[in-house]
Design a protein around this ligand. Structure first.
Ligand SMILES: [Zn+2]
Length: 275
């Protein structure tokens, strides 16, 4: 009963509206339309009064975005990315088969006793850095160890396991599929004069080691395993191991004083393998 009454009342009201509209002239009808729907665009014949919609639409904000560093500019997961973060909790995706793009030989005038390669972008930056070291401190740097494929890393890791056991090897050599050297973006750097090797901390106290630690960022490289960061990176201090990440990221890390990729990207510390 109540429902049918409502229907009748609505029908009557609609009828009244239709009748009212029928009695309006075209100009009056335009005015009714404009006032009843504020967001509708005014018809061409409407008077030149300001449209109500002009005040109700918020104007786009022109406040400039702070020139913050874009941490999502490149992937940290894709092994092809120059920002890829590889550590004991972050193996290379498809590690046993991954081969980085654009591997190139190092320049012939660069000391490279083991004939290693690097990715092209990392190689060019390395050559520029070696030239700068020569002109700024008079030292000839040496490209001691660069791109290592999966099978080479198997041999390297097993060598250290035989020498030091698994626990000892895990402190100094990455397990296969977990090595930054497989990205083609890492280089172990020594010099021709100090006689230091990639064992111990000898290289840290050389002119070359100090110069690299202070200046590598200018060329897009970072000291990947700094002193006192073993709990974060999972590796002891390696004053010879430099990782190419590009000038933008290396400079941002230098300017903000953040030493590791894990800390910079807010990743969990990776002191050890998950299993
Ligand atoms: Zn290394």
């Amino acid at each position: 009963m109540a429902a049918s009454l409502v229907v009748i009342v609505v029908a009557l009201l609609v009828g009244v509206t239709v009748v009212a509209v029928k009695f309006l002239g075209p100009q009056q009808l335009a005015a009714v339309t404009a006032s009843s729907s504020p967001s509708a665009s005014s018809p061409a014949s409407a008077p030149a009064t300001p449209t109500p919609s002009a005040t109700s639409v918020p104007s786009p904000t022109l406040t400039p975005t702070p020139a913050g560093f874009n941490k999502t500019q490149f992937s940290i997961d894709d092994p092809n990315s120059i920002w890829v973060v590889v550590n004991k909790l972050r193996p290379l995706a498809d590690g046993a088969d991954f081969v980085p793009p654009n591997l190139v030989d190092l320049p012939v005038d660069m000391p490279n006793p083991n004939g290693y390669q690097l990715r092209g972008d990392a190689e060019q930056a390395l050559a520029t850095m070696f030239d700068a070291a020569k002109s700024e401190i008079g030292t000839q740097l040496v490209a001691q160890s660069g791109y290592r494929d999966y099978s080479v890393q198997v041999k390297a890791y097993n060598y250290y396991v035989n020498l030091d056991g698994v626990a000892g090897a895990d402190q100094t050599s990455a397990r296969p599929g977990f090595s930054e050297h497989q990205t083609g973006l890492a280089m172990d750097i020594l010099d021709t004069t100090s006689g230091c090797s990639t064992d111990g901390l000898c290289f840290a106290n050389t002119d070359a080691g100090r110069w690299l630690a202070a200046n590598a960022y200018r060329f897009g490289y970072i000291l990947r395993y700094p002193a006192d960061k073993t709990a974060v990176t999972g590796y002891e201090y390696e004053p010879w191991h430099f990782r190419y990440v590009g000038v933008d990221l290396a400079t941002e890390m230098h300017n903000t004083g953040v030493e590791t990729l894990e800390e910079f990207f807010g990743l969990p510390p990776a002191p050890d393998y998950a299993g």
